[in-house]
Design a protein around this ligand. Structure first.
Ligand code: SAM
Length: 256
C-alpha cells in the first residue's frame, strides 16, 4: 500500500513514522508513506499557498492551484488499474469509523490532503477529491493529526503489522461492539481482584464472560452501536439477561 500525505508541514510526521509498529512496518516494506510539501507545487517567488476569503471574514484559505497540482501528481503515481483514493481531512466531512478504516486498508493508493487555516477552497473538494473525512466533532488547527489517525488506524490492519491477527478481530468496533475489559498482573490491585473466571482456565466460560461484558459495555456506553451490530442468538439471550438484571438492580432504569 502507498500513502501520500499532502501537507504544509511534512516534518510533523517524522517522529510519528519513526517509532513503534509503523516504523517497523515501513522498514519491512509493508507500506510506504510519501510526504508531499504542498508548497513545492506553488509557482510564485514567495511560494504562496493561501489567500483571503472572498466575501470577507477572518483567517486565510488554502488556494486551489498548488493543491490541484499536488493531487494531480499523486494521482499520476497511482496504479493504472485501481487509481488513487483522494481523501481530504475536514471537520465538515463524514465521520471516520472502523468500517471506513477497513475499506481504506484494502486500497493500493490512498492520498490524504491536510488542510490548514480556515480550510481549503471549496472547489478542490468539489472536483479533485473523492471523499471528505472528519475524525470527530471538534476542530483542530490542521489536517496533520487527523491524517496520522487515519494512517495509524489503517496500517495496523495491514498483514504483518500487528503481532497477532486475532487482535484486530476482537477489538472494539471490529464486530460492531465495544471490547470486553482487559486485565493483566498483578491479580490484586488497589483492593480489586481480577475476575475469577479469567483465571479459571475454562476457555468456554472466559469466552461467554467476555462476550457478555462486551454487550454490557456497549449497552451502557454506546447503545447506538447495538442497532447495527451483528448479533447472534446467543448474544440476544445474553442481552436479555443483562437487561433483566439492570431492571432488577434499578427499577427506574428505562433501559430495562
Ligand atoms: N474553518 C473550518 C471549519 O469550520 O470547518 C475549520 C478549518 S481547521 C481550523 C483547519 C484544518 O484542520 C481543516 O482544513 C482540516 O484539514 C483540519 N481539521 C480540523 N479539524 C478536523 C477534524 N475534526 N477532522 C478532520 N480534519 C480536521
Amino acid at each position: 500500500m502507498r500513502l501520500d500525505v499532502l501537507t504544509l508541514f511534512p516534518t510533523i510526521f517524522e517522529s510519528f513514522l519513526g517509532e513503534s509498529l509503523i516504523s517497523k512496518a515501513l522498514d519491512k516494506g509493508t507500506f510506504e508513506v510519501h510526504l508531499v510539501d504542498i508548497r513545492d507545487f506553488t509557482e510564485d517567488r514567495h511560494r504562496t499557498v493561501d489567500d483571503r476569503p472572498f466575501g470577507g471574514g477572518p483567517g486565510m484559505v488554502l488556494r486551489p492551484e498548488p493543491l490541484a497540482r499536488a493531487i494531480a501528481a499523486s494521482r499520476e503515481n497511482a496504479p493504472r488499474e485501481t487509481g488513487a483514493r483522494v481523501v481530504i481531512l475536514t471537520p465538515a466531512g463524514r465521520r471516520l469509523d472502523q468500517a471506513k478504516v477497513l475499506e481504506y486498508a484494502g486500497l493500493e493508493h490512498l492520498v490524504l490532503v491536510c488542510g490548514r487555516y480556515e480550510g481549503v477552497d471549496e472547489r478542490v473538494a468539489r472536483t479533485l477529491v473523492d471523499e471528505e473525512i472528519s475524525v470527530g466533532d471538534y476542530v483542530l488547527s490542521g489536517g496533520e493529526v487527523p491524517a496520522m489517525i487515519v494512517i495509524e488506524a489503517v496500517t495496523r490492519l495491514l498483514p504483518g503489522v500487528m503481532g497477532k491477527a486475532e487482535s484486530a478481530q476482537e477489538e472494539t468496533f471490529a464486530g460492531g461492539l465495544i471490547e470486553y475489559p482487559q486485565y493483566t498482573r498483578p491479580r490484586r490491585f488497589m483492593d480489586l481482584e481480577v475476575p475469577e473466571v479469567l483465571i479459571s482456565g475454562d476457555h468456554e466460560a472466559v469466552r461467554v464472560w467476555r462476550r457478555r461484558q462486551s454487550l454490557r459495555r456497549t449497552l451502557d456506553r454506546r447503545p447506538d452501536l447495538l442497532d447495527k451490530a451483528r448479533l447472534t442468538p446467543e448474544d440476544r439471550e445474553l442481552l436479555a439477561g443483562i437487561r433483566a438484571e439492570t431492571a432488577i438492580n434499578d427499577p427506574t432504569d428505562k433501559k430495562g
